[in-house]
Design a protein around this ligand. Structure first.
Ligand code: SF4
Length: 495
């Protein structure tokens, strides 16, 4: 349990990789902002510290941003009444240190030579610092520490005249991961980086007033507004939506796809479809692979660490033929952080979120299934809690390979040194968390679960760098930065 700041505020989820960000945009709907708020609500799991919407009414842009959850930021009808227009984009932000400053809350807005322009970004640019330094030397006045603003300054300086050409010119200069939605007078734009690291989908909404198009991070945000999934925005594709329809452009050199495989393990909502796959089914597949790779024949019960461990535990139990049951109950009323009253309550964090179901697990040999171990702090406390409730054996099974490397593409990870799997091997981690046994799914097992025969060692089909250290997407600034710089860069640039 890490203390955050000086007020004994602790991060209840400090043993998880933090979600990244979520984006939503809609074109040609009279209630564009309201639908955007609904979409952002469905994407709340991708960012819980701040949210914002920018709308356009044909003449003016309107914005509301707040360091709040979506329901409280947009639950006031007076706020929604200010967000007029039939085009809107929105963003949910996650940042690491609890100091989300208003200037970093997206969508960002700027007046450019062609008029107003708003943009929301999910991902991390890996050459943002280099570009930022060059832009500052040319006189750019940055308003935020967000790497997204680099794109806007690049657009401002681009010689091209129209918004699309300016945006493509800027995107050709950036490296790293981005799924963007942007709007200006008369159109909505979506863009996905050439490797397609972060997700972005196109949806269609038919209604009395006609047809509207939606761009968003996950298909679950289409479901909530009644839109249907048309397709994914392809890696390297720029989609322009205007009154004439949807126009697809491919302005970049083709690169091998590197979709984040961790979306399947943890980040995405299980009711979303990604690459045509049900995220829920993939998680069950991972659990089944794990049961084949790391059986535990003597166990009485398979217990998920809820909520994220549930689908994998169902898959594990079904494959192993061991009963599945809810041996840990999760509170749904706990936020991300809480004030720690005293050092004596050092297990409070885990107990606020999870409690052992003693009547079920007392006297049982238990397989605990979780999605990942990052720092190891929560896993240790959960194992202790399950033992204290009377389990006679606790066998931990993890539905990801060991998380041994940092992510530079939009996921908040500790520096390598803070990752338990970077410092310890599996036996050492098992001893540290106090489990009777510990197994992780293998990298090839994970690839099998997502439908591949195995990982292609020459050209991996996915980004899996946090498990393998194989950073196929450029790291640039981060490669040469010190550990502290990296953490600062990641935190400042987190979108
Ligand atoms: Fe996803 Fe890991 Fe790659 Fe980051 S490093 S994009 S979390 S697979």
């Amino acid at each position: 349990m890490s203390l955050m700041g000086t007020n004994n505020i602790f991060d209840i989820d400090d043993d998880k990789l933090k979600e990244e960000c979520g984006v939503f945009g809609i074109f040609a709907h009279d209630e564009a902002a309201s639908l955007t708020a609904l979409g952002l609500h469905a994407l709340q799991h991708r960012g819980q510290e701040a949210t914002g919407i920018v709308s356009f009414d044909g003449d003016d842009f309107h914005a509301h941003r707040a360091a709040k959850m979506v329901a409280s930021a947009f639950g006031d009808p007076r706020v929604m009444r200010t967000l007029t227009g039939d085009i809107a984009i929105g963003h949910n932000r996650y940042s690491t240190s609890g100091d989300t400053t208003p200037r970093n809350i997206q969508p960002l807005y700027a007046d450019l030579s062609f008029g107003g322009f708003a943009m929301a970004h999910n991902g991390n640019l890996t050459n943002a610092n280099t570009l930022r330094r060059a832009l500052v030397q040319k006189g750019a006045l940055f308003q935020s520490t967000s790497d997204t603003e680099v794109i806007i300054h690049l657009m401002a300086l681009a010689a091209e005249k129209n918004p699309f050409d300016k945006m493509v010119s800027a995107l050709k200069k950036i490296e790293g991961a981005y799924s963007l939605v942007a709007c200006a007078k008369g159109f909505l734009i979506g863009a996905r980086d050439p490797h397609g690291v972060r997700p972005l989908v196109l949806g269609r909404l038919e209604h009395e007033g006609g047809v509207s198009h939606v761009l968003t991070s996950e298909s679950c945000a289409l479901d909530i507004v009644g839109a249907t999934l048309v397709r994914e925005v392809e890696p390297g594709e720029v989609v322009v939506i205007d009154n004439k329809g949807v126009h697809s452009h491919r302005p970049f050199d083709k690169k091998p796809p590197k979709f984040c495989i961790f979306e399947y393990i943890y980040f995405a909502r299980p009711d979303s479809l990604m690459e045509g796959n049900s995220v829920y089914q993939i998680r069950k597949n991972i659990g089944a692979e794990l049961a084949r790779e790391a059986p535990c024949a003597q166990a009485d019960l398979v217990v998920p660490v809820p909520d994220s461990g549930v689908p994998a535990a169902i898959g594990y139990a079904a494959e192993a033929g061991i009963p599945f049951d809810l041996g840990i109950i999760r509170s749904h009323y706990v936020g991300r952080t809480f004030i720690q009253p005293s050092e004596a309550t050092r297990n409070l964090g885990v107990k606020m979120k999870h409690n052992a179901n003693q009547a079920l697990i007392e006297g049982k040999k238990v397989v605990l299934v979780d999605d990942s171990i990052v720092r190891g702090t929560t896993s240790k406390k959960i194992v202790e809690m399950v033992r204290a409730a009377g389990a006679t054996e606790v066998h931990m099974r993890i539905s990801s390979p060991p998380t041994s490397h940092s992510c530079f593409y939009g996921i908040d990870t500790p520096s390598k040194e803070g990752l338990m799997a970077h410092r310890m091997d599996v036996d050492e981690i098992c001893a540290h968390i106090g489990a009777d046994s510990l197994s992780y799914i293998s990298v090839d097992g994970l690839y099998r679960a997502v439908g591949e025969a195995k990982r292609n060692m020459d050209e991996p089909q996915y980004c899996d760098a946090c498990f393998t250290g194989d950073y196929a997407v450029a790291r640039l600034d981060h490669e040469n930065a010190s550990t502290n710089d990296k953490v600062t860069d990641l935190r400042e640039g987190q979108n």
